[in-house]
Design a protein. Structure first.
Length: 259
């Protein structure tokens, strides 16, 4: 039985990477008088690592004007990341970032059906508060049974730490939960914790390989383009469809166990 749905944030709940974090980083660079700018292509390349500070440190390896000493680089990354989070909150407060199609409907279905919800991300808690507070209201956290962010899980995805902490908080076995992710690192983190995964393709990961997932498709807001296919007549991916994919996995696993 499907008992909980765990959500990644960046790229999954909303297209925050392209339209939020990247823009906020560039604003932080200007505010700090740092002569760097990240276009969509460069930021996409930096997404090979999880975490904003980690991306800054990766980028500094090829930046001509980056500090030479590791400690100075760490200090600059910390300062820029703090500025970025402030600018990101302003972007969200203006309403420039919205939940992806189908996300709100699925969350509401889960709440109505007493299927527990969780946030599992390695972004900062302030970024999650900014996004979900603006989109779901100030009491957004009451809809979620657990919220795991970078502060609780310093080991970034693909490390499974965040998912293991969420399972511990929920007191549920991994097999009774489904994770919704968009990026290879997130998929790997969930699978390493034993959690089945559904992939919703995002701007930066439109065709990344996702072996072993329950299903993958373009958006929760549409039923076409999914593999395996959604139920005939469906217009979006809802809780019933998640249950079908989850149940199909259980049947396969049971068959393997009897062989």
């Amino acid at each position: 039985m499907l008992e909980a749905v765990l959500w990644d944030v960046d790229g999954t709940l909303a297209e925050t990477e392209r339209d939020g974090h990247r823009v906020a980083f560039n604003q932080a660079f200007r505010a700090a008088d740092v002569p760097w700018r990240w276009d969509e292509q460069r930021y996409g390349a930096l997404l090979e690592v999880s975490g904003g500070r980690e991306r800054l440190l990766l980028d500094m390896r090829s930046q001509e004007h980056a500090p030479l000493e590791p400690r100075e680089r760490e200090q600059l990354a910390e300062r820029l990341h703090r500025l970025k989070n402030e600018r990101y909150a302003e972007i969200v407060a203006r309403g420039d970032l919205r939940l992806r199609d189908g996300v709100r409907q699925l969350i509401e279905e889960c709440v109505a059906a007493d299927v527990r919800l969780g946030i599992v991300t390695t972004t900062s808690r302030c970024n999650v508060d900014a996004l979900l507070g603006g989109q779901l209201g100030r009491q957004w956290e009451s809809m979620f049974s657990t919220v795991v962010c970078a502060e609780q899980a310093p080991l970034k995805k693909p490390n499974p730490q965040a998912y293991l902490l969420a399972l511990q908080a929920l007191r549920l076995p991994a097999a009774s939960v489904v994770a919704i992710e968009d990026a290879p690192a997130g998929v790997a983190a969930a699978q390493a914790a034993g959690v089945p995964v559904i992939v919703t393709r995002s701007h930066y990961f439109p065709d990344a390989a996702a072996p072993g997932v329950l299903a993958e498709g373009p958006s929760l807001g549409e039923a076409s383009g999914w593999c395996p296919g959604a139920e005939s007549g469906a217009t979006r991916i809802g809780l019933d469809q998640l249950r079908r994919w989850h149940s199909a996995r259980e049947h396969v696993s049971a068959g393997v166990g009897r062989a």
